[in-house]
Write a protein that binds this ligand. Structure first.
Ligand SMILES: [Zn+2]
Ligand SMILES: [Zn+2]
Length: 264
């Protein structure tokens, strides 16, 4: 069976500071999901839990009380709406969500590569493609050592331009150490975490760079990882990234129904 393009598991609403778009409401997400025949739509606004010290000024107002303003999510007979979050990871054990609050969310998206947040997520001394590739795999390893509710955890945008905004992201993906990357992906596969296919990362013409763009996904697949689709939309027009771009990516990766991450 084909990999179903019937879900979007990483989406922002107007509550995320980088959206702030009144049109990007839960209702807009739901209506789009209904139009596209989805069975699952997650709401994952940016989050830094106030129980965790060391927030940035940008994250501080985006705490649990803030993102919960979207609750209760509407009930829908066709689309399962799931309340999640996209928290932050700064290395070591510094996750922007305290374990006491894991239960507040039904899906927890963890970005390993928000490296545009210099001297918060990434040390500014880490400034070459080689160092970034190394930091990226180290962050994936650090996350894998956390005691997380893995079956409701998604590893966000494995490839993403934010990984190196002043350099060459494609070169970074090529430089990621294969042995270490395979080992950590094998762990995620055993834990039952989901690996995100973030369609915003699949820029027009990505097929001209297919080997670099798909490299990490192909390795993850070989290690047995399960995948989910995401638009990472901040505005209504971006919700179409899933129906517009996912079919080509799913085909290029040869994904089938067996490769789908299932959220309990
Ligand atoms: Zn992100
Ligand atoms: Zn996001």
């Amino acid at each position: 069976m084909a990999f179903p393009i019937d879900h979007d598991m990483h989406c922002h609403t107007c509550l995320s500071s980088c959206s702030g778009d009144a049109a990007q409401s839960v209702q807009a997400l739901l209506e789009h999901a209904r139009r596209c025949g989805y069975t699952l739509q997650c709401v994952t606004d940016h989050l830094w839990d106030s129980l965790v010290p060391g927030s940035s000024n940008w994250y501080a107002p985006q705490d649990i009380g803030h993102v919960k303003r979207n609750l209760p999510l509407p009930h829908d007979d066709q689309v399962r709406l799931v309340f999640g979050c996209e928290t932050e990871f700064c290395g070591g054990t510094k996750l922007g969500l305290d374990p006491r609050n894991y239960d507040q969310f039904d899906f927890i998206v963890i970005p390993p590569n928000h490296f545009h947040m210099k001297d918060f997520v990434r040390p500014s001394t880490c400034d070459t493609e080689e160092k970034i590739a190394d930091l990226f795999v180290e962050r994936l390893e650090d996350i894998s050592r956390l005691d997380l509710p893995w079956r409701k955890v998604g590893i966000a945008h494995m490839i993403c331009g934010l990984i190196f905004t002043e350099g060459d992201p494609l070169r970074v993906y090529e430089l990621v150490d294969e042995k270490r990357f395979r080992a950590v992906m094998g762990k995620y596969a055993r834990f039952g975490a989901g690996i995100e296919i973030n369609l915003a990362s699949f820029f027009p013409g990505w097929q001209d760079h297919e080997d670099a763009v798909l490299r990490l996904y192909r390795l993850a697949k070989e290690e047995g990882c399960k995948f989910y689709l995401a638009s990472d939309a901040h505005h209504p027009a971006e919700l179409d990234l899933v129906p517009d771009r996912a079919p080509a990516v799913v085909e290029a990766l040869g994904l089938t129904e067996d490769d789908r991450f299932i959220l309990a």
